[in-house]
Design a binder for this molecule. Structure first.
Ligand SMILES: NC(=O)c1ccc[n+]([C@@H]2O[C@H](COP(=O)([O-])OP(=O)(O)OC[C@H]3O[C@@H](n4cnc5c(N)ncnc54)[C@H](O)[C@@H]3O)[C@@H](O)[C@H]2O)c1
Ligand SMILES: [Zn+2]
Length: 366
């Protein structure tokens, strides 16, 4: 018998459970049967890669519930992609009691969540994450949205799911590069709030090849617990200091890299990995951590088959311009997440421009 564990995200009337198990197929199937027995309509959203790679699990969970299969990739998280999902919900006559299951990585979770937030002014949805990144990060916390030409995640809503089913066996078919990208977010959690997790990753890196399902499950649970605690106290990222913004460790640098290199050149997690190294460098320059700590961060990142530096140089000017366009930067002035030590982060305002530049150059900016 597999162990099924539950973690609750406590948000008052928006509270919901995250269920963890190696194979939650039966649990999801039972939930759908329960919903249908109550007269609620169920619809399912996934992408073509997942529909193919996980056809058996998909069939076992959803039977013949209406299914929309969209193209894989970030481009689907767009106005056009949203239109397709809304047209699908309309065609299936999903009413206000209807429920959407978003089965996929962050693209499907963000798109499906946003469609659920807007269809009939909001219906319930469940997340069934299928990438490591979605399991540890995007499926939890209720941030949903799509991209515009003008930038990533510019349109969205806070809309918490009704529940999250983390079935770690789904990771068996995830490409190794995507697995590594998710590991960057895991390292992020260790750095920002869980020194024991960081030690564990240092001693036994989490890679697609070496991770047995039990290791992954325990680590995913730990990351979700950390994210849940942060989201519970700052659901809408309005805290003036710390709070949900801490989850952006490495992301101000990382988003600039993704943007300046052209979306698709680096996977999000790869850019974040480099961003974590840059953020560590900045934290050292600000006098919070030792130079040896920077090397420690680089070692953990490299051990997870992730880049510590840009693969090809990017001009600093382009990175700086991309950084100042970032929506989070625009909203709150230049605010960085820095490491106070390995395992504890803080937000930091008024970081001298030359330290940011030096940190970018240290990871390969030209
Ligand atoms: N809402 C949030 O809080 C939040 C947090 C972090 C990231 N995000 C968003 O998440 C997105 C990135 O998510 P992602 O990294 O999961 O990418 P993704 O959804 O594009 O999935 C990565 C690739 O793996 C494939 N795939 C997924 N699961 C698979 C499986 N089990 N087997 C085989 N192939 C599989 C997908 O088809 C895709 O090609 C970005 O749009 C980012 O903005 C959101
Ligand atoms: Zn991220």
């Amino acid at each position: 018998m597999q162990m099924i564990e539950t973690l609750t995200v406590n948000l008052g009337e928006r509270s919901y459970p995250i269920l963890f198990g190696s194979d939650l197929t039966g649990v999801v199937r039972d939930e759908i049967a329960r919903l249908m027995a109550q007269g609620q309509k169920v619809a399912v959203l996934t992408d073509a890669n997942i529909a193919q790679a996980q056809a058996k699990a998909g069939g076992a969970m959803f039977g013949d519930a209406p299914l929309l299969v969209v193209s894989p990739g970030e481009k689907t998280k767009s106005l056009e992609g949203l239109g397709r999902v809304l047209d699908f919900l309309a065609a299936e006559k999903i009413d206000r009691q209807g429920v959407l299951f978003a089965v996929g990585g962050g693209v499907i979770g963000d798109l499906g969540g946003f469609a659920a937030a807007t269809w009939l002014r909001g219906i319930s949805y469940f997340q069934v994450p299928t990438t490591l990144l979605a399991m540890v990060d995007s499926s939890v916390g209720g941030k949903t949205g799509i991209n515009l030409e003008a930038g990533k995640n510019l349109v969205g809503a806070f809309h918490q799911p009704r529940g999250v089913f983390v079935s770690t066996e789904l990771l068996a078919t995830l490409p190794a590069r995507e697995f590594a990208a998710g590991a960057a977010e895991v390292i992020k959690y260790g750095l920002l709030g869980d020194p024991a997790l960081l030690d564990q990753l240092d001693q036994k890196p989490l890679t697609a090849a070496t991770a047995d399902s039990r290791d992954v499950a325990a680590i995913v649970r730990r990351c979700c617990a950390l994210k849940a605690r942060i989201v519970e106290v700052d659901e809408r990222e309005t805290a003036l200091e710390g709070g949900r913004a801490l989850l952006n460790l490495g992301h101000t640098f990382g988003h600039a890299i993704e943007n300046a290199a052209g979306y698709g050149e680096y996977l999000h997690g790869e850019a974040v990995a480099i961003g974590l190294c840059a953020a560590a460098r900045l934290s050292w320059k600000l006098g919070f951590i030792a130079e040896a700590d920077v090397a420690h961060v680089e070692r953990v990142v490299a051990a997870h088959a992730l880049p510590t530096r840009l693969r090809a140089p990017l001009g600093y000017e382009a990175l700086r311009a991309a950084m100042t366009q970032d929506k989070k930067v625009r909203a709150g002035g230049l605010r960085f997440v820095v490491l106070k030590r390995l395992g504890a982060a803080a937000t930091q305002k008024q970081v001298p421009a030359e330290l940011i530049e030096a940190s970018f150059r240290a990871v390969g900016a030209a």
